[in-house]
Design a protein around this ligand. Structure first.
Ligand SMILES: Cc1ncc(C[n+]2csc(CCOP(=O)(O)OP(=O)(O)O)c2C)c(N)n1
Ligand SMILES: CC(=O)[C@@H](O)[C@H](O)COP(=O)(O)O
Ligand SMILES: [Mg+2]
Length: 631
C-alpha cells in the first residue's frame, strides 16, 4: 500500500506494520513538496510523522479523541484523515485550515491555534465521558513548548488528582519556536538523558519506601538520592508526583518502541504521560539544521530550502526590532520581554546586543504581563512585545497588575489587525476593545513604519502609566525613515489631507486606504479630509469638536472589531458632548470570525478596502446633500 491509498485511519490500519516506515517517508516527501508551494508550519509537522501514524494506527479516531495542542503540527493528522488532496489550498481563502477545524472533519475533535489548551479540553472530555459511563480514549498531544503554558500546568494539576484514564503524549523536541526555555524544559532535559528511566525508577521507589514518612529526613534522603543519581535522577517523578504514570522517554521516530509504549499506555489505568522524543524538522535537512527558521515558512526551493525572496519596504516588526536596539543603546532602563516569540517579534538582534535585558519567559503571557509590571515598579522601562492575539491570554494581568497600578509598561502589540494565513485564532482585532476600557492606558497605532519609530520613542519616554503601540505584521508603506526620532504629543491626531465635504478619521494602517479613498472621491468632485487618528485613547477631542463645529460628516475606519473599538470611542465622545445631529459612520470588522486568507482578502471580506471606504463616504455625503447626486 502507498500514501495515495490512505484516505482514512481505517485504510491505514490495513497496512502491515513493517510498511509504516515507508509510509512515513512518503508523508515527509509530500509535506516538503506541498509546503514548498504553499508555505505553512513545516518543521513541527516533519517532527510528528511517525507519532501521528502510530496514534492513528493504534487508536480509533474519531471514537478515540486525539487533540493537537497549538495544532500547527496537525498536517499529518489531516493527511491521514482524508484531506491530503486539499493541501494545495493550505491556509488559503476558503481552503484547508492550518489548524484543526471541526467543520473539516469528525477527526478534528478540538480546535486549537493558541497554545496549551489541549489538556484542559481533554480533561473536560474525560470528565464528561466518565459521567456518562462511556468508553473511549482521550489523547492530547502537547509539545514541550506548549507545556510551559500556564493552562497546561493547571490542567496537569487537575488531571493528576482526578485519576481519570487519559493518555497525555508529550512531544518533546527541545524546541518551542526558538529553543525552549524554563525550568520545566531543563527538567525534561534530564529525562532525555536518561534512557533507562524505568529501571532507575524501580531502584528509587525501593529507596523511597525506606524513607521515614514525613519531614526533614524525607527531604534529606531525597536530596541524597538526587545527588547520587545526578542527571539520571528520576526527575520524571515530577509527573508521577502529580499522579501520572510516566512512560518513556521513547524515540518518536522508531516505530517498534513507539508502538510498544503507546500500546502499554492504552492498557494503563489512570492518567498516563508518554514522553516522546522527536526532532523538529526531521527528515528535511534545512529544517533539521534550523527549525526556528523552518517553524513557519513561506514558499521555498525544495533542493536548497532557499525561500523565495519577498522584496519591498521593511515590515513593521522589522522597524520595531531595529528601533528597540537604537533606543536601548541610549536608555539602560529599557528591557524587552517576549512570551516565546523572540524571532517573530524581531528581537533577535536586541537579544544578541543586550542578553541581560531580553527576557523570553516561554509560552506564558499571563506571567509576561505581570513580570513586566514587577520590573516597572523598580524603575525599569519594560517593553512587552506580544502578539495582539496572545495578549488576550494576559488580559486580567493587564487590568489588575498594570493599569490599576498605573505602571510604566509599554505594550508593543505586534500582529495587530489582520494576520492573514493564520486565520481566525490569530487575528489581532480585539485588543483596542479590551484595552480601551481601562482608565489609565494610552493606545496608539502608526500610519506607517516611519511613525512607528517615533511612537516607540514616545512610548519609552512616557511616564504617565501604561501605553500600548499596536502595529501590523505586514510590510510598511514604503516611506522614508526620519534620521531623528521625535516625541509625539499624546492624544493628538494629524490631518494628512484637507477637505470640507466629509472627514475620514483612520486609525493606524487604515490611513493609507483612507487616502486612496479620498483620492478617488476627488474624481467625483468631493473634497474629503483624512485624519490620522494616532490615538484610540486618549482621543483628540479638539479635532472631534472641530469636526462637529464644521458639521462635517465623519467616517471612522479601523482594522479591528467595531464593538468597543476606535470608532465606538468617537461615538461615545459625541454622545457625551450631546452632539446628536452629526452623521458618523463606523467602519471596522463586523461580528464574525475572519478565517485564513491573505490580508487583502480579509479586508475585502470585511469591507475594509479603499473602495468600501469611498463608498461609505459617498453615501454619507449624498444622504446629506441629495442635490450632489450626480447622474
Ligand atoms: C498562547 C500562545 N502563545 C504563543 C503561541 C505561538 N506559538 C505557536 S507554536 C509555538 C511553539 C510551540 O512549541 P511546542 O509546543 O514545543 O511545539 P513544536 O513546534 O515544538 O512542535 C508558539 C510559541 C501560540 N500559538 N499560542
Ligand atoms: C502556530 C503559531 O501560533 C505561530 O507559529 C504563529 O503562526 C506565528 O505567527 P507569525 O508567522 O506571524 O510569527
Ligand atoms: Mg517543541
Amino acid at each position: 500500500m502507498d500514501l495515495e491509498q490512505i484516505n482514512s485511519p481505517a485504510d491505514l490500519k490495513k497496512m502491515p506494520v513493517e510498511e509504516l516506515p515507508k509510509l512515513a517517508a512518503q508523508i515527509r516527501r509530500f509535506l516538503v513538496e506541498s509546503l514548498s508551494k504553499t508555505g505553512g508550519h513545516l518543521a513541527s509537522n516533519l517532527g510528528v510523522v511517525e507519532l501521528t501514524i502510530a496514534l492513528h494506527y493504534l487508536f480509533d479516531s474519531p471514537k478515540d479523541k486525539i487533540l493537537w495542542d497549538v495544532g500547527h503540527q496537525a498536517y499529518v493528522h489531516k493527511i491521514l484523515t482524508g484531506r491530503r488532496h486539499l493541501f494545495p489550498t493550505l491556509r488559503q481563502y476558503q481552503g484547508l485550515c492550518g489548524f484543526p477545524k471541526m467543520s473539516e472533519s469528525v477527526h478534528d475533535c478540538w480546535e486549537t491555534g493558541h497554545s496549551s489548551t489541549s489538556l484542559s479540553g481533554a480533561m473536560g472530555m474525560v470528565a464528561a465521558r466518565d459521567l456518562k459511563g462511556e468508553d473511549f480514549k482521550v489523547i492530547p498531544v502537547i509539545g514541550d513548548g506548549a507545556l510551559t503554558g500556564g493552562m497546561a500546568l493547571e490542567a496537569l494539576n487537575h488531571i493528576g488528582e482526578s485519576k481519570s484514564d487519559m493518555i497525555v503524549v508529550l512531544n518533546d523536541n527541545e524546541m518551542s519556536i526558538s529553543p525552549n526555555v524554563g525550568a520545566l524544559h531543563n527538567h525534561l532535559a534530564r529525562l532525555r538523558i536518561n534512557k533507562s528511566y524505568n529501571k532507575m525508577k524501580d531502584e528509587v521507589q525501593h529507596l523511597l519506601k525506606k524513607i521515614p514518612t514525613v519531614g526533614v529526613p524525607f527531604a534529606k534522603t531525597l536530596e541524597r538520592i538526587k545527588d547520587s543519581l545526578k542527571y539520571l535522577v528520576v526527575s520524571g517523578v515530577f509527573f508521577e508526583t502529580l499522579g501520572f504514570t510516566y512512560l518513556g522517554p521513547v524515540d518518536g521516530h522508531q516505530f517498534p518502541e513507539l508502538m510498544e509504549i503507546l500500546r502499554l499506555a492504552g492498557k494503563t489505568k489512570g492518567p498516563v504521560l508518554v514522553h516522546v522524543i522527536t526532532r523538529k524538522g526531521n527528515g528535511y535537512k534545512p529544517a533539521e539544521d534550523d527549525s526556528v527558521v523552518y517553524h513557519g515558512v513561506g514558499t521555498y526551493k525544495i533542493e536548497s530550502g532557499v525561500f523565495k525572496k519577498k522584496g519591498g519596504p521593511p515590515s513593521y516588526p522589522d522597524v520595531f526590532g531595529k528601533t528597540m536596539v537604537r533606543l536601548a543603546e541610549q536608555d539602560d532602563r529599557i528591557v524587552a520581554i517576549t512570551p516565546a516569540m523572540l524571532t517573530g517579534s524581531k528581537l533577535d538582534r536586541f537579544n544578541e546586543k543586550f542578553p541581560d535585558r531580553c527576557f523570553d519567559v516561554g509560552i506564558a503571557e499571563q506571567h509576561a504581563v505581570t513580570f513586566a509590571a514587577g520590573m516597572a515598579t523598580q524603575g525599569y522601562k519594560p517593553v512587552l512585545t506580544i502578539y495582539s492575539t496572545f495578549l488576550q491570554r494576559g488580559y486580567d494581568q493587564l487590568v489588575h497588575d498594570v493599569c490599576k497600578q498605573n505602571l510604566n509598561v509599554v505594550f508593543a502589540v505586534d500582529r495587530a489587525g489582520f494576520v492573514g494565513e493564520d486565520g481566525e485564532t490569530h487575528q489581532g482585532i480585539y485588543d483596542i476593545s479590551f484595552m480601551r476600557n481601562q482608565p489609565n492606558i494610552a493606545i496608539m497605532m502608526p500610519k506607517d513604519e516611519n511613525e512607528l519609530q517615533h511612537m516607540l520613542y514616545t512610548a519609552v519616554q512616557y511616564e504617565d502609566g501604561p501605553i500600548a503601540i499596536r502595529y501590523s505584521k505586514s510590510a510598511g508603506v514604503g516611506v522614508p525613515m526620519d534620521e531623528n526620532l521625535k516625541l509625539l504629543p499624546i492624544g493628538k491626531s494629524e490631518t494628512v489631507r484637507n477637505g470640507r465635504d466629509a472627514a475620514i478619521i483612520a486609525f493606524g494602517n487604515m490611513v493609507q486606504p483612507a487616502l486612496e479613498a479620498a483620492e478617488s472621491l476627488q474624481l467625483n468632485g468631493f473634497d474629503v479630509r483624512v485624519v490620522n487618528a494616532r490615538f484610540a485613547k486618549p482621543l483628540d477631542t479638539e479635532m472631534l469638536d472641530q469636526l462637529a463645529a464644521e458639521r462635517i460628516p465623519v467616517v471612522t475606519v479601523e482594522e479591528a472589531v467595531v464593538a468597543g473599538g476606535f470608532g465606538s470611542a468617537v461615538l461615545e465622545y459625541y454622545q457625551e458632548k450631546e452632539v446628536y445631529d452629526l452623521p458618523v459612520k463606523i467602519m471596522g470588522v463586523p461580528d464574525v470570525y475572519v478565517e485564513h486568507a491573505t490580508i487583502a482578502e480579509q479586508r475585502r471580506e470585511t469591507g475594509l478596502t479603499a473602495e468600501n471606504i469611498a463608498d461609505a463616504v459617498n453615501r454619507l455625503i449624498l444622504q446629506r446633500n441629495p442635490e450632489n447626486m450626480r447622474a
